[in-house]
Design a binder for this molecule. Structure first.
Ligand code: COA
Length: 375
């Protein structure tokens, strides 16, 4: 047993939300315009006709009903279909840091900690805004945190990996308390013209405070009983955007510079990987699945979460046991499982066990066994 605790969480939710109906309407308008513009080539068989998207398919395949975004107008303009987020001068806070800070302030308040009591900041997310300086150092500066800060990226599993890193740092005596932020503007790397994936992602940020169990003051504090990480290389979720793109200018703007996935393969390969990780982790810690009061799973796909929960519990999980936020938020990458925890953990009793598991690109997966502390 470790002596670490998760003592506060926070969430930043953007002001704008897009329903499936709105998203499908703009997609189908784009399809209508494209097919009209290429009518001759389509008739000649040299260009493939585009097919409509559908609300029914989105609900059935993913469980997503709507998603929050930083900019709605650009996404819903059929001539743009991309968020428009203006560049900011370097003397202004960057947009990702701003989201991280909003969720971070909430987490600090929940943990009843001042910035002066935090010794490190980790920004751990799948979609960092720039190469450097680290977003985490900008967050550290804006919050007035002494010590040090760094960014890390392990795809959608980033928050769970950061939780292990922060726990290890505190156990080693490097820091008294650490703030982890997972801000995601997933709409920035989503091709809203791709029928297979245009509905998947949303924007949000989530944050956590980790410190010694003995110091925990937050009213919703949880002992971090154990963490376990797993990675396995796969090209089935990939984004080739990066600073080397300019060295091969012929590839700039091509489809692989945004999010691409083989959704079916991801579905089939990630479910066994994640279920096995969780079951092994529970067995290693002598925690029976029957004693788990709640599973806070990565929020990408409802069917996937139901299957993983079934494999872990050996039966169908109730909505209370494996709560879902992806219906409202879409897939918010690294923020998803933490948002689920934030919204659905205060009702549990001291001594209750829960398990947070984040998974995604890499493949990567992180399992965290938590036990509620007395208030
Ligand atoms: N509207 C209507 N039909 C659509 C559609 C859309 N937007 N997109 C695809 N379809 C069609 C396909 O053309 C296909 O038609 P066909 O059967 O005639 O060939 C059919 O629906 C099934 O498509 P498929 O891509 O196999 O759907 P799916 O059931 O696998 O669901 C995902 C797609 C992406 C929702 C699902 O695979 C998934 O969520 N996988 C896991 C992804 C994941 O977790 N990623 C992690 C990212 S961090």
């Amino acid at each position: 047993m470790t002596t670490l605790a998760l003592t506060g969480t926070g969430v930043y939710t953007p002001a704008h939300s897009i329903s499936n109906e709105e998203l499908v309407a703009v997609f189908n308008e784009y399809v209508r315009r494209y097919n009209a513009a290429h009518a001759d080539a389509i008739a000649a068989g040299t260009v493939a006709q585009l097919l409509d998207s559908s609300v029914d398919f989105i609900i059935k395949a993913s469980g997503i009903k709507r998603r929050y975004v930083m900019d709605k107008a650009g996404v819903l303009d059929p001539a743009i279909m991309c968020p428009r987020i203006p560049e900011r001068p370097n003397d202004q806070i960057s947009v990702l840091a701003e989201m991280a800070i909003a969720s971070g302030r909430d987490a600090l308040a929940a943990a009843e900690r001042k910035a002066s009591e935090i010794d490190a900041v980790i920004v751990s997310c799948a979609n960092p805004q720039r190469a450097y300086p680290a977003i985490a150092i900008e967050v550290q500066n804006a919050l007035g945190v002494d010590g040090y800060a760094f960014d890390m990226n392990v795809g959608c599993a980033s928050a769970a990996f950061a939780l292990q890193v922060a726990s290890d740092m505190i156990a080693k005596g490097d820091a008294r308390a650490i703030l982890i932020c997972s801000p995601e503007i997933c709409s920035g790397h989503l091709d809203f013209r791709d029928r297979d994936s245009h509905f998947i992602f949303g924007d949000a940020a989530a944050a956590m405070v980790v410190e010694h169990t003995a110091a925990a003051k937050g009213r919703n504090s949880w002992e971090v009983v154990s963490t376990k990480l797993k990675t396995k290389f796969s090209n089935n979720i990939r984004n080739n955007f990066g600073f080397l793109n300019r060295t091969a200018p012929e590839g700039i703007g091509s489809r692989d510079k945004l999010f691409v996935q083989e959704g079916r393969k991801v579905f089939k390969e990630v479910i066994p990987m994640v279920s096995e990780l969780i079951l092994t982790h529970l067995a290693e810690n002598a925690v029976s699945a029957d004693t788990l009061r709640r599973l806070w799973l990565h929020q990408a796909n409802l069917n996937m979460n139901e299957l993983i929960a079934h494999r872990v519990l050996g039966r169908t999980a109730s909505a209370d046991e494996a709560p879902i936020i992806l219906d409202e938020y879409g897939n918010t990458s690294s923020a998803g499982s933490v948002i689920a925890f934030h919204k659905y953990s205060t009702d549990l009793a001291p001594g209750d066990f829960g398990l947070l598991c984040a998974f995604g690109a890499g493949y990567s997966a992180g399992s965290v066994i938590l036990r509620k502390l007395a208030a």
